[in-house]
Write a protein that binds this ligand. Sequence first.
Ligand code: AHZ
Length: 308
Amino acid sequence: VATYSSPLDEPILQVKKNGNQVNSKTSYDVLEDYEGGYRFAPIEEAQVSRAMIKRYFNTMYERAVSDVVIVGAGSAGLSCAYHLAKSRPDLKITIIEAGVAPGGGAWLGGQLMTPMVVRKPADRFLTEIGVPFEDEGNFVVVKHAALFTSTVLSKVLAMPNVVLMNATAVEDLIIHPDSKGVQRVSGVVTNWTLVTLNHDTQSCMDPNVITAPVIVSATGHDGPMGAFSAKRLVSAGLLKELGNMRCLDMNRAEPAIVNGTREVVPGMVMTGMELSEHDGSNRMGPTFGAMMASGIKAAKEAIRIIES
Ligand code: AHZ
């Protein structure tokens, strides 16, 4: 147990080696104790760097071989990560997210408005993770999309078997023939997103790799980075052509995405709106139930592949 002293030389913060605070003072009580002379336990600047570097690069070293890589931390990718990490705490699940902020398009509902609509029966997932909603009969409404996203994100990140590497882009796939000569996706090629975005300004900023027996691709519909894997499967010759996302039709779109969630090529499960580009299914607009149910189905598919 390390003890830090207050200016009054009273022990105010006791921290066990595992980092858990053991006293019961609130941060407000502590502030009051200092009477305007708030003071921190001393630190050397390099300790801060080393605290981050050691953990981050140890994690990168360890996760160079993962059990499942999820590409994209939008509503589909995060729902997948939640179900997968909860069902199989033994699996090393690594999420690669190109953006600095994970969450994809799920920080808002439609047209930049805050409420999030979820059609039944996908509201079961909201109940499971403890997100409150208003029941409107056939659908429910979460008061702010960010409440869903921050809740699922905090639960996913708290699971010890999950690593999230954000600001990191998947810029290629590893594809190998398996023992029967069938082409199989067996890993991802990564780079810092800021590097990925600058390949046309600097030459040869080579990437890094993570291998895994299952890659779950959840990169959303076409956009600056979206539909990444679907497009790469076409250029790699594993998919003849993109289906291209069709027009908005909520009633057709949501079941098509959930029921179409599958291993699209050996070693790769596709989920969420990326599937609309792969299969040529409709978009649903701002109803998020299909993203949750598709993510959960992708987790089940990943488990099936690992167990087969
Ligand atoms: O940053 C992207 C986003 O967070 C990330 N991503 C994309 N390409 C990547 C790459 N490497 C790493 N190459 C990458 N990360 O993937 C995430 C996709 O999240 P999203 O919210 O765009 O997709 P989703 O399928 O989870 O949710 C779609 C939500 C939509 S779109 C829509 C419509 O347009 O009609 N309706 C709904 C519900």
